[in-house]
Every structure is written in structure tokens, then in C-alpha cells.
Design a protein around this ligand. Sequence first.
Ligand SMILES: Nc1ncnc2c1ncn2[C@@H]1O[C@H](COP(=O)(O)OP(=O)(O)OP(=O)(O)O)[C@@H](O)[C@H]1O
Ligand SMILES: [Mg+2]
Length: 380
Amino acid sequence: MKIKSLELINFRNYEKLKIKFGEKWNILVGENGAGKTNILEALYYSVTTKSFRTSKLDNLVKNSEKEFYLNLEFLDDDIEILSSIENIYKKTENYKKAQKNIKLNKSNIRLLELLGIIPFIFFVPDDILVIKGDGENRRKLFDFILYQIFPNYKFLFNRYFNVLKKRNLLLKEIKQKNINVPYLESWDENLIDLNVKIFQKRCELNNILNEKLSDEKNILFFDKKIKVQYISIFLKQNLNVENYNELYDFFKEELNKNYEKDKILGFTSKGIHRDDWQFFYNEKDIKFFGSQGEMRLFILLIKIILSDVIFEYLRKRPILIFDDIFSELDIFNTKILIDACDKHNLQIFITTVDIDKLKINNLFQNAILNIFNVKNGSIF
Ligand SMILES: Nc1ncnc2c1ncn2[C@@H]1O[C@H](COP(=O)(O)OP(=O)(O)OP(=O)(O)O)[C@@H](O)[C@H]1O
Ligand SMILES: [Mg+2]
């Protein structure tokens, strides 16, 4: 995928702006508060109708304005026809009822139709939580990739959490009222089925990711051994992960075994909502042994490899949206990262306050750079 241009009207600190992007490196340079991250946020909104830094989307509308407009023009990998995604966001009295209008090539589309048109991977400084934080951060990362590569994953996922919520409500009621319900059959059949299906998809992603990470070329290139270990109740047994029935029976037994405990707890203690991942950097758990910079590089490299996974499934190269990736990386690791991006032939959008550090050390060598100087909501 190649983003050709982005037009912004009344978005954050931009009144009206159109930027034409280059095919490879697009580097937004400027002082703190200039509006660099706002451009990445506009890109992100264009392909998701969300922000990566706030759930209050009214904040995205320029102060004292009522709506913003974004127009993203792009080319698919093989098709030389320019397409456009236009977004209008209108504030209303009640922010929960704000109006979102999305158009693909001038025709209205729904949000579900938008997702997946432009696959992307993003990195924000808070991503360090993927390593340091709790399991939810890691599940989010991998589920986000799974949404993109398997069209029905989001559907399975939403249904799972619906069923889980209902089952938990019932467990809570049983606990509070001390009533005797022998078995939650109707919820459980659904829950078991969804557990198995989601587990199988996560397993598939985990396998393909590790295959790529253990590729000799990548090990040499990264100068480190990187491994990701998926942790799931299903993997503790010697089960055939491709055998649906075997997994189904195993999990049914687990739910049964834990039913008394779940009634006391008032929630479901086993299931894919408790899955996790462990990350190894030169065979050590990076959470406990890695430095801040190593953790950053680790997540970035995982994300670049994940972009390869996305390409393998969709035959579309995702765009990379990286906010402030070079802070905390030394010259050596910055070079590894730049070369990894270059090698994967991706279009990249990054921000930095200090382009000189990169230029003086000649880190980009022959890479094709497009540099945008950002100042007070304008670009030079
Ligand atoms: N709705 C809005 N209307 C007008 N200005 C806004 C709005 N929301 C944010 N801003 C302004 O945008 C600027 C922040 O922009 P942004 O986060 O893109 O900065 P940045 O260039 O990424 O800075 P840093 O290097 O510190 O990350 C701030 O000056 C902020 O006041
Ligand atoms: Mg910023």
C-alpha cells in the first residue's frame, strides 16, 4: 500500500493542509508541540475512525470548530488507480452521538467496510507497556494483527466477550444469591467453541511469527535471537492444536473442573481472555532483563516482522506509523531498525525532533527520504 496524500481541514492544530507523501520514508520533523503526532493521528483516524491517544474524539476537532474533514489518497500494491478515503467527524451536544461519515471513492461505507482496506502497524512510545505491562497489552497487540489478517476474527472475538460477560453475570448472581445451578450448559457450549476457535487462530499467528523470527537471516540481521512464546491453558497439555474436537473436549472438562471455583469467584477463571505471551531476547525474558532501549527495539522489530506476516496473508504491504521511535535508541540500534524497515520495502511515517542525529551518522545511507518540517500547524 502507498499513501499518496492526506488533506486535513480543522483537525487538531491544522486549519487546512494537504501533504503529498513519498513512497518510502516520510519523516516529520519539528519541535515539541509543532503538530507532528497530529499528522500520524490523522492517518490513523483515516483508516480506523479512532485515535491512538484519546477516546474523546471531540478533541480532534480544531478548537472552536464543529467538525473536521480528512481525505486520504492511496494506491493498492498492484493497481495503479488512485483511491480515496474521506472522513467527516461532526461534534454534537452529546459527544457519544457524534456523527461519523466515511466515504470510499466518494461512496458512503460503514466502519466494518473500512477496516482492512489499508493494513497498518503503528508504534507509540506507550508501546513499551506491551513488555512491561500486564497481559492485556500483549493480547491487544496480537488480536489487532489477527483482526487484520482473518476477516471473521473480530466477529468471533466480540461474540466471545459477549458470552463471557453473560456467563460472568450469572456466576455473580449464583454467588450473591447462593442458588444452586448445576451447570451453565447453554453458555458453555458457545464459550467452549469460541475458546477453541480463537486459540487456534492465535496459535497460527504465533507459529508463523516464530518461524520468521527464527529464520537465520533475521537472527544475523538483528544481531539478536528473538523469540515469542504464546502461553495458553491449551498449550499446557500435549494436544493436537489442529484437532477441534480434541480441544473442545479438553476445554469442556476444564470448565467443569473449575465450575465450583468460578461460582465462588463469581467469574470465569479459565479461557482465552487469560492468555499471554512471553518475550525472549537472547534467550532471556526481556521483561526482567531488558533495558528500556532494548525493549523498544524488541517491540519495533516484532512489529516489522508482523508486517511481513500481514503481507503473507493479505498480499498487501501494511504502512508503518511510528511515533517518536528514535528516542532512547542508540546509533547502533537505530541503524538496525532503519535497515529492517528498508529491507521490507514498506512505506513509513515517523516523527522526530532531531533529524540531525540521523543525518550526521549517515544512518539512512541510500534510503529515499521525504522530510517534512512541521511548525505551528504548517508544513515547510
Ligand atoms: N483540538 C485542537 N485544536 C487546536 N490545537 C490542538 C488541538 N489539539 C491539540 N492541539 C495542539 O497540537 C499541539 C500538539 O501537537 P502534537 O502532539 O502533534 O505535537 P508534536 O509535534 O508531536 O510534539 P512532541 O514532539 O512533543 O511529541 C499542541 O500544541 C496542542 O495544543
Ligand atoms: Mg509527538
